[in-house]
Design a protein around this ligand. Structure first.
Ligand code: KIV
Length: 264
């Protein structure tokens, strides 16, 4: 059965953890969905992973549409979430037009990075039938404002603000929250505070779901390995086996472990 937003809500209600992975092409999409991954994210991380940029900012709408259409062909029932690239949702009108393109290409949900300023945009998208994931915490499109890729919400003031933003964005219509690089206790508080399913990356074991960049979890990323990444291929003899091991580890909540988690 195909995974829908209702499936993710049911997982949250039952307290069952679900898995997500990035894919950017048809072959990976097929392997990932056949391994039982619930959500495929066509992340704008492709700007770094595939294109070699040092940030996600150069990724364009045309490139995202190309990758979404490729993933759709390989998908075997996972929910397809597509990133809206940098500055393609700066106004409500731009967001509606660009989200429509991603949905026409076959996405089931779009993901936007930001905070309270996205309320009107999320409301407008949601009212018009576009499911939205709101990405909070370390939002890579803000790398120049953050001054680097840094854990967010470490002090109580910023933690409270993030909880407030998550609640406001869900009230505005966000169907899913994604938290990147936030201390595990804060991610747990946000997961409790909102009704929508919460997916974490570098956010500890208490979120409703987990996501990783597929290249990272197969150990084929060059450069420094982030703390929250585990190389599942190191303990498996095939890509398929590694992805199945990830799905099981997320389901059993054995991943992420303490060593993949930011405490504060
Ligand atoms: O672009 C991406 O792949 C992402 C994940 C890191 C969550 O946003």
């Amino acid at each position: 059965m195909a995974v829908t937003i209702n499936t993710l809500r049911e997982y949250k209600q039952k307290g069952e953890a679900f898995s997500a992975l990035t894919s950017y092409d048809s072959t990976f999409a097929q392997i990932v969905s056949e391994a039982g991954v619930d959500v495929i994210l066509i992340g704008d991380s492709l700007g770094m992973v595939l294109q070699g940029h040092d940030s996600t900012l150069p990724v364009t709408m045309d490139q995202m549409v190309y990758h979404v259409s490729s993933v759709v062909k390989g998908n075997r029932g996972s929910l397809i979430m597509a990133d809206m690239p940098f500055m393609t949702y700066g106004t409500v009108d731009a967001a509606l037009e660009n989200a429509a393109e991603l949905m026409r290409a076959g996405a089931h949900m779009v993901k936007l990075e930001g905070t309270a300023w996205m309320k009107d945009t999320i409301h407008a998208l949601s009212e018009r039938g576009v499911p939205v994931c709101a990405h909070l915490g370390l939002t890579p499109q803000f790398v120049n404002k953050f001054g680097g890729y840094k854990v967010q919400g470490r002090d109580e003031k910023h933690a409270e603000l993030m909880i407030e933003h998550a609640c406001e964005l869900v009230a505005a219509g966000a169907d899913v929250i994604l938290l990147e690089c936030v201390p595990a206790p804060l991610a747990a508080r946000i997961t409790q505070a909102v009704q929508a399913p919460v997916i974490g990356i570098g956010a500890g074991a208490d979120t409703d779901g987990q996501v990783l960049v597929v290249h990272d979890m197969l150990g084929i990323t060059t450069g420094r390995k982030p703390r929250f990444v585990k190389n599942f291929l190191a303990e498996s003899d095939s890509v398929q086996g590694a992805i199945e091991a990830y799905v099981n580890a997320v389901r059993n909540r054995t991943f992420p472990a303490e060593e993949h988690t930011f405490k504060a």
